[in-house]
Design a binder for this molecule. Sequence first.
Ligand SMILES: *Cc1c(COP(=O)(O)O)cnc(C)c1O
Length: 380
Amino acid sequence: MGKGGPKTWVEISKNALVSNAKIFKRRAGASVAVMAVVKSNAYGHGLVEVAKTVQPHLDWFGVDNVDEGLALRKAGIKKPILILGFTPSWRMQDAIRAGLRMTVSTREQVHAAKSAAKKAAKRGYLHVKAETGTTRQGAELRELPDIAEMIKSAKHLVLEGLSTHYANIEDATDHDYAAGQLETYQNALEILEAHGFHPDVKHTACTAAAVLYPDTHFNLVRVGIGLYGLWPSLETRLGAQAKGLEIELQPALAWKTTIAQVKDVKRGTPVSYGLTEKMPRTGKVAVLGVGYWDGYDRGLSSVGEVVVRGRKAKVLGRVCMNMCMIDVTDIPDVRAEDEVILLGEDGRVAVTADDLAHHLDTINYEIVTRINPLLPRKLV
Ligand SMILES: *Cc1c(COP(=O)(O)O)cnc(C)c1O
């Protein structure tokens, strides 16, 4: 993109995505399938762009909702797709018609799925999620036989999977809670098996579990953040190193914008709304065509850094809706229409999602998922 395209855009490296996908395939081994978790616009990376790139390498797709699943089908994605989030009863027919698997965790949902499948005159494939300690979506273990029985007795429903999700696995310094959840999941499986139910697809692992704990793999792992080349946490990264795993994830996303104007500004001149920051010395300010509408968080006011001509430049004053200002006093030859890297690298200088997360007191997941989905994603 750049010249000729919009003023702010996102570039996604195909090579990085494929390399990361292969890392997780290798880690999972031959008997474990890998799901590309592409919910939330593929963590901001572009749902369809990412899905098409990784489809030849991975086995399943995980989305949050029916509409993301339908978008994948429309884009020609043929592999199985599981809706990880909540499907309201009124969207279940759409899901079943498109062959989207649904996560369910209550009798009411199974009941709704039963009538939706009947109306669609098509099989509805369900993955029951067990509550093992995250206190989110999930059926209590004592409810499982009943839920499984309801599914079995409905002609059009298939109990395809049993899943759960860990609450604290990214914190690799304390594995006890996750180990307890794994044990509860195993009990859930045993309960189902004792009642004669044998779901084909058993899955619990997110990226951190897929990397660190093969015991959690069963026959499918659900990889989100790692596919995009980001580590779930520093603890996970250190945990992998401690286990001697050589995992070189490659960040796939670069976020770029364009300089609108460069101006000479005297020391002491206030910059942007609220006059919160004054020019620290006489020098040069560049105005960027990006702001919080694009997802460049207002919390980056006065603290964010970007890369211009191979050098870092700091945000001056408040980030506005569609613009922000940076100090380019020390960077020679900066001109209007120069490219600016908001997130990504230019030779030796980088701004990472973890850097931005640090400024905003959040996690890299939130940084990339909140890049405005209306900005174009370009595969490079
Ligand atoms: C989002 C999500 C994942 C992916 O988690 P990562 O840490 O990004 O790998 C896995 N499973 C479920 C149920 C999820 O909602």
